[in-house]
Design a protein around this ligand. Structure first.
Ligand SMILES: CC(C)(COP(=O)(O)OP(=O)(O)OC[C@H]1O[C@@H](n2cnc3c(N)ncnc32)[C@H](O)[C@@H]1OP(=O)(O)O)[C@@H](O)C(=O)NCCC(=O)NCCS
Length: 152
């Protein structure tokens, strides 16, 4: 992802997270940290941005910062392709584990993370502004083989 992608990305961000969308300034800040501690990607179909995802890596720990796919393009493998790319980058950068937070009222995202081998770590009560709990999840990257794992 580059600054040129921000208009399209912000459109998806606002449509996907109406209650707590990141501001364009926040995303710009994330992009400024590339490649040092951040890795952001867009998924395109033709010329159109249909999804994006971002990773933060510090020492041996990686965090999934965000992932979203345009509603009309979900359940077509875009989210999985973005996750594959984030996990591969985390491994490339030497991370040994990856963490994320997901809303307790978001079963589709939880299902995707479970499919990628994330396990539930804990619960942060009323973590989100509207009072929803966050589930924290982690995945060990020690013997990471994303593609092989997904075929099981
Ligand atoms: C979560 C999200 C990124 C998944 O993207 P996607 O492109 O639809 O995901 P994929 O088609 O690659 O699906 C990958 C796997 O995730 C799981 N999954 C995805 N959506 C699901 C749903 N609605 N119900 C159950 N499982 C689901 C399935 O295991 C799926 O594999 P399958 O299609 O072979 O069964 C997408 O639903 C989204 O943008 N949601 C809104 C934003 C969001 O919640 N982001 C995460 C914030 S923590």
């Amino acid at each position: 992802m580059t600054a040129e992608d921000l208009p399209a990305v912000m459109e998806i961000e606002r449509a996907t997270f109406p209650a707590d969308a990141w501001s364009e300034a926040m995303l710009r800040g994330e992009l400024r940290d590339q490649p040092r501690t951040r890795h952001y990607l867009v998924a395109e179909m033709g010329e159109r941005v249909v999804g994006y995802a971002g990773l933060a890596v510090a020492a041996d720990q990686a965090d999934v910062q965000t992932i979203a796919v345009l509603a009309a393009h979900r359940r077509a493998g875009v989210g999985a392709a973005l996750m594959d790319a984030l996990l591969a980058e985390a491994v490339r950068r030497g991370a040994t584990s990856v963490f994320l937070e997901v809303r307790a009222d978001n079963p589709p995202a939880q299902a995707m993370y479970e499919r990628f081998g994330f396990r539930r770590l804990g619960l942060r009560r009323r973590y989100y502004e509207d009072g929803t709990d966050a589930i924290t999840m982690t995945k060990d990257l020690g013997s990471e083989r994303p593609d092989a794992e997904r075929e099981q």
